[in-house]
Design a protein around this ligand. Structure first.
Ligand SMILES: O=C[C@H](O)COP(=O)(O)O
Length: 233
């Protein structure tokens, strides 16, 4: 007997971007699955310094998976990997997309731990996924480069998001979707079965990603992602 669609589609886990050890600890205590270190004052992919990331990793203390943004050079990726973070995220803009050697050099700097961040503004991403897998990336996320206007659901067509997450599954890559998401987006984006949904601004006070994270909004997101789990209440 085949499983029902509801049983067959696992719910995504919650990624929340934090900027310092205090926010990291708050996110861990709230029950966030993945604590992602980045500087929200510096756009979509602002890298924190490795010392701050080490402190964040120490504060999370194994209570959640961790990731951190690094500039897209092998040197920066390797330095961030050495901070002890579980995953390193780096932006892959249009330029290196077709350059397999450049992608492989990045992936080799954090073997098995590098996540490509692709921007929705650059167009559909599914065709790039096999190249990322071949280069040695461990996962891929779509985010939005702009943080003051269009959100991911405004920029990416449903068919493109579905094709992206399917390509990640087919190629053995972890997948994530982000881009000024709100809790209300969780049901529709969960249908694409990404491994993670990523948030910052949508869980901050006044929905401003430069403000602090609002624990009540984190709890709301966890309830939406874990409707049957008592620990999300
Ligand atoms: O990796 C996820 C991003 O930090 C999401 O940030 P945002 O929700 O403010 O677009």
């Amino acid at each position: 007997m085949s499983a029902s669609p509801a049983q067959a589609t696992p719910l995504p886990r919650l990624l929340v971007s934090v900027r310092d050890p205090a926010e990291a600890e708050a996110a861990r205590l709230a029950g966030v699955d993945l604590v992602d270190a980045k500087d929200p004052e510096r756009g979509a992919l602002g890298a924190l310094d490795t010392r701050t990331v080490r402190e964040i990793v120490a504060r999370v203390s194994g209570g959640a998976v961790t990731s951190a943004v690094a500039e897209p050079t092998p040197r920066d990726v390797a330095a961030m990997a050495a901070s002890g973070v579980d995953w390193v995220k780096t932006g892959i803009g249009p330029a290196p997309r077709g350059d397999g050697a450049a992608l492989a050099a990045l992936a080799a700097a954090a073997p098995g731990r590098l996540i490509a961040v692709l921007f929705a503004e650059d167009g559909p991403a599914a065709a790039l996924v096999p190249h990322l897998a071949e280069a040695g990336f461990a996962g891929a996320m779509i985010d939005t480069a702009g943080k003051r206007g269009a959100r991911l659901p405004d920029l990416a067509a449903p068919a493109d998001l579905a094709a992206f997450t399917a390509a990640c599954r087919d190629n053995g890559l972890m997948s994530g979707l982000a881009g000024s998401l709100r809790v209300i987006d969780i049901p529709s984006l969960s249908a694409y079965a990404p491994d993670y949904l990523g948030f910052r601004g949508g869980l901050c006070r006044d929905f401003d990603r430069r403000n602090g994270i609002d624990p009540l909004r984190v709890a709301e997101a966890l309830r939406a992602l874990r409707p049957s789990r008592r620990d999300a209440a």
